[in-house]
Design a protein around this ligand. Sequence first.
Ligand code: D5M
Ligand code: FE
Ligand code: ZN
Length: 689
Amino acid sequence: MGLIEDLLGNNYLITPSAFFLLREHYPEKFTLAQLIKFVKSKGAFVVDLEIAEEFLSTLGLVTEVPLATSAGKSDESGESISHEDASLSSLEHEEVENEILANPIDSTAENEAEIESSSEVLDSYVSTGEAPYNEAPDIPVFENRGEKANFSEGESFVSTGASEAETSETPEVDFENGYGGFEDNAVDETMTPPDQEIEDSESSGEYNGENGGIPKVLYDEYGVPVGYVEEEVLEEKSYSTYSDVVITPKPGFSYRAASIEGDWALIFDVKNVKFTPPKVKNASGKEGELIVKVYSNYFKSRLKKMRKILRENPEVGGVIDIAKLSYVNSDEDVTIIGIVDSKRETRKGYMFEVEDGSGTIKVFVNRENEESKKFFQIMPDSVVAFRGRYSGRNIFFADKIFLPDVPKFKREKPPLEEKVYAILLSDIHVGSNKFCEKAFERFLEWLNGEVANKREEEFVSRVKYLVIAGDVVDGIGIYPGQYNELEIPDIFDQYEALANLLRNVPDHITMFIGPGNHDAARTAIPQPGFYEEYAKPLYKLKNAVIISNPAVLRLHGRDFLIAHGRGIEDVVSFIPNRSHHRPAEAMVDLLKLRHLAPTFGGKVPIAPDPEDTLVIESVPDLFQAGHVHVMDYRIYNGVFVINTGTWQAQTEFQKMVNIVPTPARVPIIDVETARLRAVVRFDQFCEGM
Ligand code: D5M
Ligand code: FE
Ligand code: ZN
């Protein structure tokens, strides 16, 4: 196999110019593993000329092909389709406006204004996207956000655009005050953002203290950080991997769920998707050909899936290809469906650049039109439909915008014979010195029957499933300075420790465990699973099923969409008034766009697989994510949307960027309704909170 195939087989890409540079040395002078390790260390999954050159120089190999770096680079960036390329630079703004000037359309006041406003073009990405982490903590939500308030005020459940019927669902949700003797605290507890007193000066440098320097990171052959090597001879581990944590069911405790038959199926898992790498004739084709092909296949797949979703909406009719617009009369209403390459605000309204495989067009929506508000919800690279008229001159005047969205009606499911509960968790971060180990152990005891009252007993007795949506361990080398906050500085031991805790989950409870960005797994999403070499202890748990990120799990006929949720970060950057502290709102935005991470080239690395598996193809009953470490939930058009928070107290990094986590809360989901039944809190046991 050649270098191209070898890289593709591992989900890595190479540009032809990089290929020319490297092929003469491969595989004699370097191995695939070496190259992948290097590329991964750059946080990339495309081997471009710059990376190839740097790689060769680290090997002490000098390129024999005289290529000017800068020229090569600009060639390549011209070829690749990234969001940066698609977004409007100021130069492009000028081009756009000039085009309008050069091709004046019928002289409606609107168009004249459009022309006049050329100097006032705003780029709404700039105004909305910047510095979400630096803003003052926008967390009114915490001020009166005790669980009580949450449940009694229907308000927090009313989602943007949800049908009224939804509010009637709130009464079925109730709240359990908490664990053991802590009810009093829990009842009128209001979250206070952690302040200085939490700062634990001892916590930093615990490890460094021992041998002074920063230890060396050890990578495996595929560039995954594996562990740290300390300079001194390793003595016995100074940390626990919880091998002594043995919790057994409380004698006499009876589990109803043990006699309820399990009914689950993984109806979508990335591992089961067969990807065929794109065929290119040979690598000596045009510069960038391969990458263009890979990306265009990816977008074709996205477009195809989204078209299908949009066409399910009976209101979306009369769809035609952009290329055929010139054949329709200017007074005829038609619909186009396309990927939004870019969007911007003008004085009179909003302009989109839309592409559908047959062509590209500018779409204008007047600000006076209520529909124009949807402008803010449309993330770059998402797919939407516009209905309106084509006036010629490559501008489409839309008066209606359709997001793919979720139908308003509730999906009725046949009732279940017995109550069954599922617990949804995420972001456990085992290995972090901020991991709330005591709280987690109390939770395990609770699952084993150490309950405070009859109500809790009923919950525990009927828990049949436990889902963990990523960041199950803290990993190593995930962010600069992480070492100082690691309790377990070895990735193998982190998974060992997690498994040692999870083996205390009673046998009749089936666990579904998927990866997140802190796990030993592919960096880009989708993530097929954990790398088996590192997460072996998890694979060995007899009642655990390893799932991909994302995955769709069907429990007793109810579909649970489970994702780690990195796309939330992009929503917070691109959509105004979104916050890390209200992730359910951002998750609803993703649902409306029917995609888990719409934007290419944003914060979230997305692998351009031949199939876009991040499209939310079918409407779930429940949508779970984690990642932002804040528990939050709401109902949107019949879908229960929940962010399941974390088991990690605030890290130094989160302190810096004003992220206030809500650790150690256990949401109990009634499988029949796919709704929240209760939240049981263990945060009293979480040190540092
Ligand atoms: O993510 C935990 C939270 O921290 C989540 O809200 C994202 C945020 N986070 C994580 N890394 C970064 C960087 N590098 N910049 C800004 N915000 C970040 P977790 O995936 O658990 O680390
Ligand atoms: Fe996390
Ligand atoms: Zn995460």
